[in-house]
Design a protein around this ligand. Structure first.
Ligand code: RFL
Ligand code: PHB
Length: 389
């Protein structure tokens, strides 16, 4: 099989890139290790910022997001039993949209089907050759045999555990990482949310987050030890702990119900540089991970896809390599700012075991400053709605 751009991974980064290139008349083939149902079954991100809005608009896949998404003007923070509001709209003029990653993925998969562009599911890339010389050969396992996809360029959109990033020679690749000493236990339930906007809480027992997917579906998280087994957390125990951490006001309006999904996610900050080597370009979680506290992972993946689509279009249609040459440096400039914001939100809102008294007081002072300072709230809001890139 031959194509112009081979895309590894049918997560948001790969599907968005595919759609944007198709609209420019560029041929792509997506190889995805899992089945379409498996990809659609993963409950992940819920908050879309300006990057995803712009990418979905350019992809002409934003109709359902605009009609079914919930437009939020702000969110609440609870710290030291004080609840205060971050007025995103008032501070920046912008909103965020609550619309699940599952739905974004479904819209992009439907568009790709309508385009008649090929996606091979249950096709795992195992090896990539020719990124320095071309043509690129992607060996993959599909329907019980080894096959080859030959392409001019390859986009590694295969997430944190993918194969593409490791194709960049170790002498060139640099990685930066911080692993946090806790995880998030997430619970998904068919109950109305406890508040019309999100609530982030810093409590002595640890962080908690009240989020949602719609007026009838809630998503909650609590900070937990990284080795937590969800089986040790029957639903009632999670609800009881949420009620404590979110405080009496939220607890009074919290509707309980059976969990549809319950799992533990680790928290990590990670960047791999560069994001391009020869004919290989990385996008999304394949190149960087942020802890979910700032709600940025999917949004960074969207920004990568948008910029990469423009670069590949210029390269393939006009033979101009300028955008491709600056892709990595341009993206990393934005990514590091988002890494900083996600690290800051995580550090401010979580309890760190063994945290000394000095750090504990600094954390309280930070939250108190945020509560009283329009300047710091503006900085938070600017980052939360999405920095320009
Ligand atoms: P994905 O979605 O992981 O997709 C990568 C795809 O590549 C496939 N793959 C391969 N395919 C072929 N051959 C191989 N060898 C392959 N290896 C892997 C995989 O099967 C997969 O389908 O990466 P992508 O596209 O870069 O998208 C990134 C986002 O999924 C991720 O950043 C977000 O979900 C992060 N995230 C959040 N982001 C936000 O913007 N807002 C949020 O509110 C938010 N909340 C979250 C989150 C992530 C979470 N978890 C579980 C990590 C909440 C949680 C709990
Ligand atoms: C979610 O709804 O899954 C969600 C929302 C906000 C975050 C992280 C996750 O910061």
């Amino acid at each position: 099989m031959r194509t112009q751009v081979g895309i590894i991974g049918a997560g948001p980064a790969g599907l968005l890139l595919g759609r944007l290139l198709t609209r420019q008349g560029i041929d792509t083939v997506i190889l995805e290790k899992r089945s379409a149902d498996h990809v659609l079954g993963r409950i992940r991100a819920g908050v879309l910022d300006s990057a995803t809005l712009e990418a979905l608009r350019e992809a002409d896949c934003d109709q359902r997001m605009k009609s079914d998404g919930l437009f939020h003007d702000g969110f609440d923070i609870i710290a030291n039993n004080n609840r205060f509001h971050i007025d995103l709209k008032g501070l920046t003029g912008q909103q965020v949209i609550v619309y699940g990653q599952t739905e974004v993925t479904r819209d992009l998969m439907d568009a790709r089907n309508e385009d008649g562009a090929p996606t091979l599911y249950e096709a795992a890339a195992v090896n990539i050759e020719g990124i320095e010389s071309g043509p690129v050969r992607i060996t993959h396992e599909h329907e019980g045999s080894r096959k080859e996809l030959v392409c001019d360029y390859v986009a590694g959109c295969d997430g944190f555990h993918g194969v593409a990033a490791k194709t960049i020679p170790a002498t060139i690749r640099r990685t930066f990482e911080r692993v946090y000493p806790f995880g998030w236990l997430g619970l998904f339930a068919d109950v109305p949310p406890c508040s019309h906007e999100l609530i982030y809480a810093n409590h002595a027992n640890g962080f908690a987050l009240a989020s949602m997917r719609s007026q009838t579906r809630s998503r909650y998280y609590i900070q937990c030890p990284i080795d937590t087994d969800p089986a040790d957390w029957p639903d009632e125990r999670v609800w009881d702990e949420l009620a404590i951490r979110l405080g009496p006001q939220a607890a009074a309006s919290m509707k309980r119900g059976p969990s549809l999904e319950k799992s533990v996610a680790p928290l990590r900050s990670f960047v791999a540089e560069p994001m391009r080597h020869g004919r290989l370009f990385l996008a999304g979680d394949a190149a960087h991970i942020v802890p979910p506290t700032g709600a940025k992972g999917l949004n960074l993946a969207s920004a990568d896809a948008l910029v990469l689509a423009r670069a590949l279009t210029a390269l393939i249609r006009e033979g101009s390599g300028t955008l491709a040459d600056t892709y990595s440096a341009d993206r990393l400039e934005h990514i590091w700012k988002v890494e900083r914001f996600s690290w800051w939100m995580t550090t401010m809102l979580h309890r760190f075991s063994g945290q000394d008294d000095f750090n504990a007081r600094i954390q309280l002072a930070e939250l108190d400053y945020l509560r009283g300072s329009r300047a710091e709230q503006t900085s938070l809001a600017e980052n939360y709605v999405g920095l320009p890139f």
